[in-house]
Design a protein. Structure first.
Ligand code: ADP
Length: 589
């Protein structure tokens, strides 16, 4: 049960002063609150014996007043120290986690679902924060109030009465142990259920358009209610045990009260204690109830924190498989690319996604990759960018093995425009200058023009300052793609990879963007994966991928002459274009 405190020892050491102040404040409050029943008891005795007068009443009221004021100050002090510390712990751990997320590779993101990661970053951190705040409070308070109260009852009121009335207390130990254990076991289940429900919410919200598009709202809702039912069911078990806990404690304290009335009145009749003593004694019993109830909650809090901490530690202990080499190469002209992929299989996949891919590109050359969906185009980019490591084979930039190149350096110099155009919730201008935050407005507009998005942006309500995302303008697929293109061009990459990056842009616009590229880049290596044959017809080399393998390779003329898949697709697309555009010229690089 105390395992979590051991795990958090590093933080308690770090904030030892704040915790020392908080714990001392809490103990001082427990001691002061033990004086209050004595003062009230004394007042009752004075009344009962007819000796209450203005002077002793005023003294007692003054004592209560001073205790009240001092306790106010102490409470302010411990609260401030304790809860500032627990918030600090949460933010420290959240930063560590986020930092870790940014270092993780695609292997990690393949393995963990987004919903799970979100649950870790919110619920788990909350549970740990609670241990460092509420947990320490409950623990210190339970122990100090119990000890101070029992000492007061034993030494100040009457030790015999105390011994006789706390006979039922050992029962508490068994209740706390038995129910506490059950509660912990069920709690783990409830955390798991919550995590998987979180994942469902995430997936459904992200895919709502698809769900609606297929008219699957009803089914999705039913599926979702199953996971909420599971959460309810697992929480119900926790609550059932929780519900049994409080009444059990109350029965035990009730028994104690019965014993107190019985023995207390007897002791009064014997003259061992006064009426005021009995009243104070009852107040003490009342004071004891809270720590007893809290002990159950404390176990829950600590177990929750413990499970949460373990889950976070497990995440933090995951090492990225793809690591930037120490002292990696960070000076390269990026004028030559040599690819030799013998085989690459995704983790947990049964067959290779790419096999026998070989090609070499030199400065100024463009490679076109075409092929059906799922043929391995994105996978090839994943390997070129070292999102994953190749099982067999090697990729070399300027003769330098990819594994030897500093990863940040690689990503800063190789521009990649993916199929998924994620833009951030900030202005259009800031999205374009994402890789070069210091770029001025002229620069931003220049790249927007290159990507043929400038005119569109001017039409947005606030032009370049228009917010993108939930709070701002909703962009069409083509607009998002062109902003992504501008963002990538803005980093002036030596090498440019485009993964079906213009699928939502019409052929004519694509043509003008590609022409702009050529004029702007003056050389450089480009790889363009596309579904539109005309986009790559002037590439220096075109490869056709099918099921992870190269099935055709050559220039446009070679491939057309071969009369294979490429020629077929090209002719078909030409025909479609002629029909829809009335025989206009092709867009091509
Ligand atoms: P394309 O870009 O040509 O559509 P991909 O490279 O995305 O094709 O996919 C090639 C193959 O690899 C497909 O069979 C796909 O299911 C599989 N694949 C893609 N990404 C992953 C992944 N992260 N984990 C496992 N398999 C994957």
């Amino acid at each position: 049960m105390f395992a979590i405190f051991k795990k958090l020892a590093w933080f308690f050491k770090l904030r030892w002063k704040a915790y020392a102040i908080a714990v001392s404040g809490l103990i001082a409050c427990s001691i002061l609150s033990a004086i209050i029943p004595l003062v009230i008891g004394n007042t009752v005795d004075l009344m009962a014996t007819g000796t209450l007068n203005w002077s002793n009443l005023r003294n007692n009221v003054l004592i209560l007043l001073v205790i009240g004021i001092v306790m106010y100050g102490l409470r302010y002090m411990w609260r401030n120290n304790l809860f500032t510390s627990s918030t600090l712990l949460e933010s420290l751990m959240r930063n560590r986690l986020f930092d870790h997320f940014t270092k993780m590779d695609q292997y990690f993101y393949n393995k963990y679902r987004t919903g799970d990661l979100m649950a870790h970053a919110t619920n788990d951190l909350n549970a740990i924060k609670f241990v460092a705040g509420g947990g320490i409070l409950t623990l210190t308070d339970s122990i100090s109030i119990t000890i101070v109260t029992l000492i007061s009852m034993f030494f100040i009121i009457d030790w015999q009465l105390t011994l006789l009335t706390i006979i039922p207390f050992p029962l508490l130990f068994f209740v706390a142990r038995y129910l506490g254990k059950m509660m912990n076991e069920n709690f783990r289940g409830s955390l798991k259920a919550f995590s998987s429900m979180n994942d469902r919410v995430q997936e459904s919200v992200a895919g709502m358009q698809v769900i609606k598009g297929f008219g699957e709202e009803e089914d999705d809702y039913h599926d979702f209610t199953k996971s909420t039912d599971h959460v309810v069911e697992s929480n119900r078990k926790v609550n059932l045990i929780n519900s049994a806990y409080t009444p059990s404690i109350e029965v035990i304290t009730g028994l104690t009260s019965v014993l107190t009335i019985f023995f207390g009145t007897y002791f009064i009749s014997q003259g061992r204690i006064s009426i005021g003593d009995l009243m104070a004694y009852f107040s003490y019993l009342g004071n004891l109830t809270w720590p007893l109830l809290a002990a159950g909650r404390l176990m829950n809090t600590m177990e929750r924190g413990n499970v949460a901490y373990d889950r976070i530690e497990k995440l933090l202990s995951q090492e990225a498989k793809v690591q930037s080499p120490e002292n990696g190469v960070d000076q390269l002209p990026f004028k030559e690319l040599d690819v030799n992929i013998e085989s690459f299989t995704y983790p947990d996949a049964s067959s290779p996604a790419l096999k026998n891919i070989q090609f070499t590109l030199e400065d100024g050359q463009t490679l076109g990759i075409v092929g059906k969906t799922g043929s391995g185009k994105t996978t090839l980019f994943n390997l070129l960018l070292r999102h994953f490591d190749i099982d067999q084979g090697e990729i070399k930039y300027d003769g330098q093995a990819l594994k030897e190149i500093d990863l940040d350096y690689l990503h800063e110099n190789v521009g990649y425009i993916s199929q998924t155009n994620l833009l951030f919730s900030t202005s259009v201008a800031n999205n374009i200058r994402f890789g070069r935050p210091d770029m001025d407005q002229d620069g931003v507009e220049h790249y927007a023009e290159l990507a043929s998005i400038h005119e569109d942006i001017l039409e947005f309500t606030e032009g370049y300052e228009t917010e993108v995302g939930e709070r701002g303008v909703s962009l069409s697929g083509g607009q998002k793609q062109r902003i992504s293109i501008a963002r990538t061009l803005a980093i002036k990459p030596d090498i440019l990879y485009m993964d079906d990056a213009m699928s939502a842009v019409d052929a004519k616009t694509e043509q003008s963007i590609l022409t702009n590229f050529k004029a702007e880049r003056q050389g450089g290596i480009s790889i363009i994966a596309t579904h539109r044959m005309s986009s790559v017809m002037h590439a220096d080399l075109i490869i056709v991928l099918d099921n992870g393998e190269i099935t055709e390779r050559g220039t446009h003329d070679n491939l057309v002459a071969e009369n294979g898949w490429y020629a077929n697709m090209y002719n078909q697309q030409q025909l479609e274009r002629k029909i829809t555009e009335g025989g206009e010229q092709d867009g091509s690089i």
